[in-house]
Ligand binder design. Structure first.
Ligand SMILES: [Zn+2]
Length: 493
């Protein structure tokens, strides 16, 4: 028996089977039940999300021969259903808009459409990639859409709805197909693996589903290719190797070395990845992906509170295996959110530079070293607490100098103007003091208290300035600013 690719073998047959498009299936079922099926539909969405599948299910529902009227549960066994399933029914015509885009094809369609269907209730035209039609073809199509014969239905599918002219759109009922979540894709992949009786490691399914980027067809095709290797059980390592994806443990190792500010370790970890045959751009892409995961771990933890959603490595925003969650949680400790945001944007710029570089390896290594050695990667919270408590030796010195200041004579501070008060007030106080000799000792005491406050204010503002001007903090601030404004960091500043 000829081999059928899994994507075709496991194509959904009924409304209830179409995965990830429940609202659309529900609306269409309702339309059939109430006899309000539109004469033209526009199915929009990226590839592999179920547009053609849904179109075929709708066609079967309208034309199933085992019942007298459209049904929400087509039999999938009658001649009509079977023929529609393989796209070869005489009354359900599937047209590829990309290869039949001219006015002649549409004219021919119009001429055929006036004839009644051969054996079913409706003549249904499914036009895939309808946005590829020429303007003349669209206009010809418009004529029949304006006054379609009652036995004709149109189902247009497109990955680029913005290219479908508005006059066509306004005559269609539009449905936007959403991308399918990796979790739903993973469930389907597991079900297929079970039915195909293929051994696999549990950790394989989620990364595989994630690679499908929301497309069920892509996910199943990937699985098909993996199965064709003949290796069992299927593992993550096999997936990474087979698809030329970076080994996740090696990427984690590289990020760990950067987080540890280990220059030699960073270079060795990069070499380890490059030697597997990966391109520099692929490495940058993976780093972006993995750092995004760390950012999610970090920032969902920041907002920890009464919110019901799970936080940290358990966040629903992450598609990670148990082992990957553990690694991400460990690595997230080495970075702070600002540094991760900075590194992701820097890597995004880097990947463009890498594409145009004649020496991408040197560029990648230089950038990785910059990350590893840069204070960008120092945890700002730790740094600030070190500044406040003086626990770091380098920073401690500054604090020590600061702390000795209160011991210096108060008079040192008297000549300086009282910055926190308007000058006038300060002068007035002094005049009053001068005119009344009796209050002079009290005034001196007040002045003494004022200088204490003043000293405290000065110390605080000095401390603030010190923190802001600390090279490490400054680098982070400049980095953030450069990231936000898109201006590269000035090496001279
Ligand atoms: Zn049927």
């Amino acid at each position: 028996m000829a081999y059928t690719v899994l994507a075709r073998k496991y194509r959904s047959q009924t409304f209830d089977e179409v995965i990830g498009q429940d609202p659309i299936a529900k609306t269409l079922k309702n339309a059939i039940k109430t006899g309000r099926v539109a004469h033209a539909y526009l199915f929009a969405g990226t590839r592999g999300v179920g547009k053609t599948t849904m179109a075929r299910v709708l066609a079967k529902s309208l034309n199933c021969l085992t019942v007298d009227a459209p049904t929400i549960e087509p039999c999938c066994k009658c001649d009509s259903c079977v023929a529609i399933n393989i796209g070869e029914d005489i009354d359900v015509v599937e047209i590829d808009g990309a290869s039949n885009r001219g006015i002649d094809e549409v004219r021919q369609l119009r001429e055929n459409a006036i004839y009644r269907p051969a054996r079913c209730r409706f003549k249904i035209y499914i036009i895939d990639e309808v946005h590829m039609l020429t303007v003349q073809a669209f206009n010809a199509l418009l004529k029949i859409l304006e006054e379609p014969p009652s036995h004709v239905k149109f189902i247009f599918a497109t990955t680029e709805p913005s290219k479908v002219i508005p006059t066509i759109q306004s005559r269609c009922q539009r449905f936007d197909f959403s991308n399918i979540s990796p979790k739903l894709i993973a469930e389907q992949l597991k079900s297929i693996l079970k039915q195909e009786k293929i051994k696999y490691e549990e950790d394989l399914v989620l990364p595989l589903a994630k690679m499908a980027n929301g497309s069920m067809r892509d996910g199943i095709s990937l699985l098909d290719r993996l199965i064709s290797t003949g290796v069992e059980p299927l593992t993550v390592e096999l997936l990474e190797e087979f698809l030329g994806q970076p080994n996740s443990e090696k990427i984690y190792n590289l990020i760990g070395q950067i987080g540890d500010n280990d220059a030699a370790g960073t270079l060795a970890a990069a070499e380890d990845l490059i030697s597997t045959g990966l391109s520099e751009v692929q490495i940058a892409d993976s780093l972006i992906d993995y750092m995004r995961d760390l950012l999610v771990v970090k920032s969902t933890r920041l907002g920890e509170g009464p919110s019901r959603s799970r936080t940290g490595a358990e966040s629903d925003l992450l598609i990670l295996t148990a082992e990957q969650k553990k690694r991400a949680a460990e690595l997230a400790e080495k970075f702070d959110a600002a540094a991760l945001i900075y590194s992701i944007t820097a890597l995004e710029r880097l990947r463009w530079a890498l594409k145009n570089s004649d020496t991408p390896r040197a560029l990648l290594e230089a950038s990785l070293l910059r990350f590893a050695l840069s204070e960008h990667f120092l945890n700002v919270d730790v740094l600030l607490s070190q500044l406040q408590t003086g626990s770091s030796t380098a920073i401690k010195k500054k604090i020590v100098i600061e702390d000795t200041k209160p011991k210096t004579p108060k008079s040192t501070f008297i000549p300086s103007p009282v910055r926190n008060f308007p000058k006038e007030t300060a002068n007035t106080t002094r005049k009053e003091k001068n005119s009344n000799g009796a209050s002079e000792p009290r005034a001196t005491r007040d002045e003494g208290r004022e200088t204490k406050d003043e000293h405290r204010t000065r110390t605080n503002s000095q401390r603030k300035n010190e923190i802001i001007n600390d090279p490490a903090v400054k680098t982070v601030l400049i980095g953030l600013d450069a990231t936000i404004t898109g201006i590269e960091e000035d090496p001279t500043s």
